[in-house]
Ligand binder design. Structure first.
Ligand code: 9WO
Length: 229
């Protein structure tokens, strides 16, 4: 997968050199590049923002440097590549949408700053608008990184396991394709600060263990996320 990010803070994306996105890049399953709209400004002050028409607090990102950045980004990926804007006004991302996106070969992500982007840029250049949750941040960089992290763990060849085993153990879905939370996990020592491990996990009975884990997922989902049942 080839992802071009448009952001005025390219340094932030160095966080993606570690963990799953880092592995994906080292294995050439993922290519990331960042295009800075400030490099496409026309005025001597390299301004990428201006005051909002109609007044009010804060600044708005100029459409022109962003459209030039998109044109440059499109020279790095196929012309038809989807342009995605991360904003609180987008549809809230769920695992299903991320699984669908993982089948694509390229994306252009727009990470906005200030109070927002000139709506004419969004109307003309943005294909999809996605939110990672109902809160306002200071920019779209972290949401873009959240999406890249979620995508990188789904890319074929990133992990050693075969695709079928990965789908099983990395899915949030039960046998009826309904979302379930994960079960609790335990590792050594067998007693931590006086508390042991559920005995079933020490039994060596794999069908009992699988059954217990499924029950735990259902129980936790009912208790913590009744909206998912
Ligand atoms: C929304 C808003 C609502 C009331 C008052 C001020 C407000 N600012 C914004 C807003 O959308 N600010 C953005 C800051 C402009 C674009 C980049 N920024 C951003 C993206 N903040 N939060 C996100 C984001 C993106 C995806 N998912 C969650 C949050």
């Amino acid at each position: 997968m080839n992802i071009v990010i448009i952001s005025i803070f390219p340094e932030m994306f160095s966080a993606l050199t570690v963990g799953m996105p880092g592995i994906a890049q080292k294995k050439h399953c993922l290519t990331l590049s960042v295009v800075n709209p400030r490099d496409f400004t026309i005025d001597p002050y390299r301004r990428i923002d201006d005051r909002p028409y109609g007044g009010g607090p804060g600044m708005v990102m100029l459409a022109e440097p962003l459209s030039k950045a998109v044109a440059h980004a499109k020279s790095l990926v196929p012309e038809s590549t989807k342009v995605i804007y991360l904003s609180p006004q987008g549809s809230v991302l769920k695992q299903d949408a991320i699984t669908t996106m993982a089948n694509e070969s390229a994306f252009i992500f727009i990470a906005g700053r200030y109070e927002g982007i000139d709506e004419r840029f969004i109307d003309r250049y943005v294909d999809e608008e996605w939110s990672i949750g109902d809160y306002v941040l200071s920019g779209g960089e972290l949401p873009a990184m959240v999406l890249i992290d979620a995508l990188s763990r789904l890319l074929p060849g990133v992990l050693n396991e075969p695709e079928s085993a990965r789908q099983d153990s990395f899915s949030l879905k039960d046998s009826d394709n309904r979302t379930l939370l994960d079960c609790p996990h335990y590792t050594r020592p067998e007693v931590f600060e006086g508390t042991g491990v559920p005995e079933v996990l020490l039994s060596g009975n794999h069908s009992r263990i699988a059954k217990w884990r499924e029950q735990q997922r259902l129980l936790r989902t009912r208790q913590r996320r009744p909206d998912l049942r």
